[in-house]
Design a protein around this ligand. Structure first.
Ligand code: SAM
Length: 244
């Protein structure tokens, strides 16, 4: 008998922010597979489960292992932080099952993505049209990212930025700020959330002119305002134009 693959979004970190369906899928699984940091986040809640943790950048190997276990008849949960369909493991898992002509079923279970968790901590900065972009040029060429940044800034979107800067990949961050400043006011509010709903959570509001000096790493989500973003009672808000 074939097994089943759940690709589960565990939310930003604190398990209070995982949805009930994610919790029941993990509870019904024979084995939970994921990047080691995320395994550590769920382990305390499922002490009697089998876990298989793997290293970062081993996404293909991780999915092949999941497929192998499911082909043996196991129910396997593959976990992603936030939502698995947003820069997570859902797409690659579906592709690998198809590439192996397997008829194992894949069920994707959504989670609270970093944009939503960061926004809630900052106030309400995504109340109007917004876009999401990753600054990682590992899988997307920088020329494409650059083109998208120009288009988003020109169209006055609020922009949520994932993978903003790593220890070795710093240029995209500074280049992105330069592009955004071509179209956006230097005083545009920018929300910086590090480790949302996790240990060492930090929330900061700065502006586009000062963003280059802020502490930004791979556990950070940035929310860059638009021309209608304001600071209201210390919170970052996208003003929609309600008559008050
Ligand atoms: C590969 S993406 C994964 C996104 C994830 N699937 C989601 O929906 O949130 C990793 C990036 O998400 C953002 N991120 C994920 N969890 C976060 C958290 N708890 N706090 C702040 N940013 C986070 C960071 O920008 C990080 O570099």
């Amino acid at each position: 008998m074939k097994g089943l693959i759940y690709v589960v979004g565990i939310g930003p970190g604190d398990f209070d922010y995982a949805c009930n369906k994610a919790i029941s899928a993990l509870g019904n699984s024979d084995i939970i597979v994921g990047y080691k940091t995320y395994i550590e986040l769920v382990k305390p809640h499922f002490e009697n489960k089998n876990f298989l943790s793997s290293a970062m950048k081993k996404e293909v190997d991780r999915c092949l292992e999941v497929l192998k276990l499911a082909e043996q008849g196991k129910t396997v949960s593959l976990i992603s932080s936030g939502d698995p369909g947003i820069y997570g493991m859902a797409g690659i898992m579906i592709e690998i099952v198809a590439a192996h002509n397997s008829d194992v079923q894949v069920e994707v279970i959504p989670g609270i993505s970093a944009s939503a968790s960061a926004a809630s901590l900052l106030g309400a900065p995504l109340m109007n049209d917004f876009a999401v972009i990753s600054l990682s040029n590992l899988l997307t060429p920088w020329e494409t990212i650059e083109k998208r940044l120009h288009a988003l800034a020109q169209a006055d979107f609020v922009i949520s930025v994932y993978n903003p800067k790593s220890k070795t990949r710093t240029d995209p961050f500074y280049n992105a700020i330069e592009i955004l400043l071509k179209y956006k006011d230097p005083k545009t509010p920018v929300g910086i959330v590090r480790n949302a709903m996790r240990e060492n959570q930090e929330i900061e509001i700065t502006d586009l002119a000062n963003l280059k000096d802020a502490e930004v790493n791979m556990f950070t989500t940035l929310i860059i305002g638009n021309s209608n973003t304001d600071i209201v009672n210390g919170k970052m808000v996208a003003i929609r134009g309600y008559k008050l």
